[in-house]
Design a protein around this ligand. Structure first.
Ligand code: GLP
Length: 251
């Protein structure tokens, strides 16, 4: 794991956007795995700016979002569909047919999940997977569990996740208790992983991810097994890491 300590949220966002831009500029049909949550908002803002300056072209890029709440409409401001268009897709030249979000509602969810994984495989897997981290160590919505969930699946959200994420809804009751998430298979098969962590609420999860026992009870700890993980963390998120275990970003 390559851990970079950044100077603050703005630097974290700029560096993250720089990594995505560099990849897309070297491979115009790159496959991006995309995350939501408050942490990557600044990265998307910077990517939009970079696009507006003419320094990146998303026309051939293919995206797969990590997760989506189960049972929310696209128009609901809490949905990740809404989030992705608002923060990114509406402002860049990405082709709508290249956008994939696991927003399955009716019908056979298991079949839809299988198709999602199949599509990721068909395009050759994910080149760069962007991740945030939950305070309980979840990645996507892969919650702490006794078993490894390899494939995209419907998940019952952990109490902690509902507690933390209900801030994105008008009331906690409005927040769905289930979500569809990419499993750990496609995430771990991504050629490169970029994980963003900001704020003191993430310090324990970041410590356990980097130094803890590898366990499905701490999903992010599985990333220790991946050969190309870059972690961008601000001082608060990295506060429990030992000095010397990370690089200090040069800006
Ligand atoms: C949600 C998402 C995750 C994200 C996490 C952290 O639960 N499903 O993909 O990493 O929140 O969110 P935030 O960046 O808002 O702390």
């Amino acid at each position: 794991m390559d851990i970079h300590l950044v100077d603050g949220y703005s630097e974290l966002s700029d560096i993250a956007a720089g990594i995505v831009t560099e990849l897309v500029n070297s491979k115009n049909n790159a496959v991006l795995g995309l995350a939501t949550g408050s942490t990557p908002v600044g990265m998307y803002r910077k990517l939009v700016e970079t696009y507006q300056q003419g320094s990146v072209d998303f026309s051939q890029v293919i995206t797969f979002n990590l997760d989506e709440y189960y049972g929310l409409s696209r128009e609901h401001p809490g949905s990740y569909y809404y989030y992705m268009y608002r923060h990114f897709f509406d402002h860049v030249n990405i082709s709508p047919e290249n956008i994939n979000i696991p927003e399955f509602r009716d019908g056979d969810i298991t079949a839809a999940c299988r198709q999602y994984d199949g599509k990721i495989e068909t395009v050759g897997g994910i080149d760069l997977q962007v991740l945030g981290i939950g305070v309980n160590g979840h990645i996507g919505f892969n919650e702490p569990d006794r078993f490894l969930k390899v494939h995209t699946h419907l998940v019952t959200l952990a109490k902690k996740t509902i507690e933390v994420n209900s801030r994105f809804f008008a009331s906690p009751e409005e927040m769905p208790g289930q979500a569809v998430t990419m499993g750990l298979g496609p995430i771990m098969h991504a050629r490169k992983i970029l994980l963003l962590a900001s704020g003191s609420s993430k310090a324990k999860a970041v410590f356990d991810m980097v130094n803890g026992k590898i366990s499905t009870k701490m999903p992010a700890s599985l990333l220790q097994l991946h050969r190309d993980v870059t972690i961008l963390a601000d001082r608060e998120a990295a506060s429990m890491l030992e000095e010397g275990s990370f690089h200090i970003s040069q800006g």
